[in-house]
Design a protein around this ligand. Sequence first.
Ligand code: ATP
Ligand code: MG
Length: 140
Amino acid sequence: MGERTLSIIKPDGVSKDLIGAVISRLEEEGLKILAMKMIRMTKDEAKGFYKVHEGKPFYESVTDFMSSGPCVIMILEAEDGIRRYRKLMGATNYKEAEKGTIRRDFATDIEKNVVHGSDSRENAEYEINYFFNALEVAGR
Ligand code: ATP
Ligand code: MG
């Protein structure tokens, strides 16, 4: 079994009609989608999701943003999936992201950067369990 990671197409990605473009890139990279749904987080749900950033200067703003509209959330699985998906996303700041990455091509702002990806196995497990129960994970 490969490594699982949580992916989110953030509210800016959904409102700019980038769902299809992002999913195409995931599939081209060989990241398999195990589960997927569209949700709209409340402010409190966004705060729980970004709990690791509590106390940082951008915490209030990013949780307002993440609860400002619908997101598409997915569980991805692949060999070395966490690292490979983060490479495909590009750096947090799209201005520093490599050419051909999702953020370099589509982000407009350090905060509104289209996608989220887990940064470690431990955080991936927390984030997957935060959004999905066992019945929602189809597997393949
Ligand atoms: P994500 O966790 O969303 O995948 P990341 O791991 O690249 O992104 P983090 O440092 O975990 O970056 O920050 C979480 C999110 O908070 C960023 O994706 C961005 O939306 C926002 N953010 C991070 N740093 C800043 C900042 N300096 N100013 C404004 N927003 C920021
Ligand atoms: Mg992060």
